[in-house]
Design a protein around this ligand. Structure first.
Ligand code: SF4
Length: 307
């Protein structure tokens, strides 16, 4: 059953253009359009799109449309776009209530969120939203290194990243943090791995999801690369960075490489599977020394997708 944008084709249903890979079979519900921050130098996702919070009646209309099409078959829902928590708490609670009454078999509702927004939102509000049924937040950490966070204009410090993660967990959410492998390029991979592990160790999120940085046209970091001011990491560098990250992690998270951009399918529970994943990286590093085809294949991944 396809529930996402390919299933619902009626022109009056509005789709979030992006969702996590783990939400491939979810009903996609758009509560906001675009990104209220829209400044990260590596990101081109919502550039040129004016941010807005959708009208509540429109959103409820979309839920009704989905209900007409899918009946009560919906099991999971993803709320877009990039930072739904920026909407008023009362509005989110209302939407969640209508979702759960429209689809009685819902098992999970998730959303993207910005760390800064979570850090600013009162804990009581986060608890209300969680209790209304939003169960998991997908948040871009990208890096935990202070200098790199500033350079990529993520709009949050390591301390705010930690505060947001702890607060969201305290409210009850499952917390899923994204790490952007290679965002330090050739030059800053070690500080990227080190700083990222430090933040992750303080948060101990339920999920650590890694994806590999692919320079995106229409983004400042792409221009920096074109002008020679940023040198993307080689496959060796990204693998060494991932190995260092894993070595430094002291968490109980699920580690997932659920994105086609990644050089290796590293998946496991930490700390139990750490050694197995490090061994896989060591094998790949040895392979790169001996096999040019492997390097080509890894380089090609950069061009496969930007989803
Ligand atoms: S990475 Fe996220 S927060 Fe940053 S500009 Fe893109 S959508 Fe907005």
């Amino acid at each position: 059953m396809t529930i996402g944008r390919f299933g619902l084709r009626r022109g009056d249903y509005d789709f979030p253009p992006f969702r996590p890979p783990s939400e491939a079979n979810s009903l996609l519900l758009r509560v906001t359009r675009g990104c209220p921050w829209n400044r990260c130098t590596f990101c081109s996702m919502y550039k040129g799109m004016k941010f807005e919070i959708r009208d509540l009646e429109e959103i409820l209309g979309d839920i009704q449309l989905a209900r007409d099409l899918y009946g009560d078959r919906i099991r999971t829902v993803f709320i877009g776009d990039s930072n739904s928590l920026v909407a008023k708490t009362e509005m989110l609670v209302k939407i969640l209530n209508v979702l759960f009454s429209s689809f009685p078999h819902i098992e999970r509702v998730t959303s993207y969120a910005r760390a800064k927004t979570i850090a600013k939102k009162p804990l009581e509000d986060l608890i209300k939203i969680y209790q209304a049924g939003l169960a998991r937040l997908h948040v871009g950490l990208e890096t935990g290194d202070r200098e790199l966070l500033k350079e990529i204009e993520k709009g949050a410090t390591p301390e705010e990243m930690i505060e947001a993660g702890r607060k969201a967990k305290e409210a009850g959410f499952e917390y899923s943090l994204y790490v952007l492998l290679g965002i330090g390029g050739e030059e800053k991979w070690e500080q990227h791995a080190q700083g990222t592990a430090e933040v992750l160790n303080q948060v101990d999120p339920h999920f650590i999801r890694v994806r590999t940085f692919i320079p995106q046209p229409n983004s400042p970091l792409y221009e920096a690369m074109e002008e020679g001011r940023f040198q993307p990491g080689s496959p060796e560098t990204i693998l060494k960075e991932t190995k260092l990250l894993l070595e430094k992690l002291q968490v109980t998270s699920q580690f997932l490489s659920d994105h086609i951009s990644n050089l290796l399918p590293l998946h496991g529970k930490l700390p139990e599977d750490k050694e197995k994943m490090i061994q896989m990286i060591d094998e790949a590093l040895r392979g790169l020394k001996e096999n040019d085809l492997l390097r080509e294949e890894m380089e090609m991944r950069r061009h496969l997708t930007n989803l």
